[in-house]
Design a protein around this ligand. Sequence first.
Ligand SMILES: C[S@@+](CC[C@H](N)C(=O)[O-])C[C@H]1O[C@@H](n2cnc3c(N)ncnc32)[C@H](O)[C@@H]1O
Length: 300
Amino acid sequence: MASFRDILITTQSRLEAGNLHFGHGYFDAHDEAVALVLAAEGLDPMTGSEILDAAMSDAGEKKLQYFLERRIQDRLPTGYIIGYAALGELTFWCDPRALVPRSPLMSVIHDGYSPWFNQVKPSRIVDVCCGGGSLGLLAAHYSPESDVLLLDIDTDALALAETNRRDKGLGNTLCVQADLLGALAPGSVDIILANPPYVDAEDMANLPREYHHEPRIALAAGDDGLDLVHKLLQQAKDILSSQGILFLEVGNSAPALVSSYPDITFVWLELASGGHGVCAVSASELRGSIELTGSPASQV
Ligand SMILES: C[S@@+](CC[C@H](N)C(=O)[O-])C[C@H]1O[C@@H](n2cnc3c(N)ncnc32)[C@H](O)[C@@H]1O
């Protein structure tokens, strides 16, 4: 039987030779090799180097071969293969009903929305386009006094978010099916966490194979990547409280956003978790810059 050390080295080499894309929550082949080996053996993802000289079981090695086929031949993201993914301090169930959790907005939550939100505690936080629920559940974990609403239009993604919500046992959370923010009452939200689909047509046409396993509804957002963002900005302007802040991730579509709204000051954030195209914009900035549209049809 081979040691975990030897198996890790071989696994990393196979991943490196596989011409893979590492964009789903792991930095590189080494990082993914560790995750796949630990999952194949059924070990805790936080297991450390103390196991390196121990022998991997035959059953673990067999499972690892299966995992590697799915990763290398099928280009399935590791989160979908092992069935879970970590974001910040929490680990979430993960499957192709929703995007693999990886949003850099996690750092904003971890830092308590500082220095953007200056009230003592946000009373209501909304994770709009919540997918599997990672951001909203992290927000609820760090702000147990806040009510956290997780919204998604896709019932499959929302079912996964609900599983994660129950698993975490966070009583201050609720998952609701909704088209963006249209069901929320004016002035009722202090923090909006928005990780909408924002991939533009050019990027969609050039996506590495791994991304084709993720729901298209979670990625594609029209020619300039802003199909949903336009509506989101209009709605955020109305539903944010007077001190409220929208945290918005738009990735490569940041230049398109800036040129679409030359009068809005988007503050682009440098985040500890890396990532790019994440901005903060206040309610007052939005109210000063976007013309009012109609009021929401039904309100939560
Ligand atoms: C980038 S993914 C969000 C991933 C999420 N942050 C996570 O960690 O799982 C975008 C999500 O937006 C949802 N979505 C797309 N159109 C929507 C709409 N009109 N209203 C609400 N959610 C929408 C998709 O179903 C998808 O789950």
